[in-house]
Design a protein around this ligand. Structure first.
Ligand code: PLP
Length: 230
């Protein structure tokens, strides 16, 4: 178990390295709700989780004590589980397919909200990563733009990506740069609301300094804060 002092030290170290350039999504998946509570007491508000059941349990456990906590869902999401997130989730970052997008849109309308989402774009050279190809992404955003009446259950806030898991920092940097370039291209297209489509969520414990240099607005950091996951 991390002590509050250890956690405070890690949080301030990570925050110092961000130097206000990006928002910190503290990735608390697989770690106890108490770590979230401690971080909250230390001023952290934004947390990322990647499993629906775990997130719902933490949300319920912490709702009373942490009233302005902000939850981002960042993991693989099955369509049949969107309904559990729809009432409270602040953002779904990992929208990887049209089928999932449609279900989030449907559930958003069911609960009477526009669920903020990021579209996950596939820029890595790895089979294991998921998301829309750059071509699919552009087509999809154009279509959403032309069907505003249909998409009343979602709000497009930006892009999310994971870089290849490699020591080759030039490659990782290139992948992050590609995300920033796609984001800029979408802003120029006029298909997105430039006041709302502002997020580039990229970078994790191992590669966030590069993501920052390439224009990340949000970094998702787990192990550097909370230690190894078991
Ligand atoms: C787990 C996870 C992270 C955090 O990874 P760390 O290497 O522990 O910082 C970031 N993004 C996504 C999508 C994740 O699933």
């Amino acid at each position: 178990m991390l002590s509050k002092d250890e956690l405070a030290a890690r949080l301030s170290e990570v925050r110092a390295s961000l130097a206000g350039r990006a928002e910190l999504v503290a990735v608390s998946k697989f770690h106890p709700a108490d770590y979230v509570r401690l971080s909250y007491e230390l001023g952290q508000r934004l947390f990322g989780e990647s499993r629906v059941q775990e997130l719902v349990a933490k949300h319920e456990a912490l709702a009373a004590d942490c009233p302005d906590i902000v939850w981002h869902f960042i993991g693989p999401l099955q369509t049949n589980k969107v309904k559990y997130l729809a009432p409270f989730i602040h953002m779904i970052e990992s929208v990887t397919s049209e089928r999932l997008l449609e279900e989030i849109n449907r559930q958003g309308q069911r609960v009477g909200r526009r669920i903020p989402i990021l579209l996950e774009v596939y820029v890595a050279e790895e089979e294991t990563k998921s998301g829309f190809s750059p071509e699919k992404l552009l087509q999809l955003v154009e279509r959403i733009h032309h069907e505003p009446e249909h998409y009343r259950g979602i709000e497009l806030r930006g892009l999310m990506a994971m870089a290849s898991n490699t020591e080759d920092s030039a490659q990782v940097r290139g992948e992050f740069a590609r995300v920033a370039e796609l984001h800029a291209q979408l802003l120029r297209s006029g298909w997105v609301d430039s006041e709302r489509f502002t997020i580039r969520s990229m970078g994790m414990s191992g590669d966030y300094p590069l993501a920052l240099e390439e224009g990340a607005t949000h970094v998702r950091i787990g192990s550097a804060l909370f230690g190894e996951r078991h």
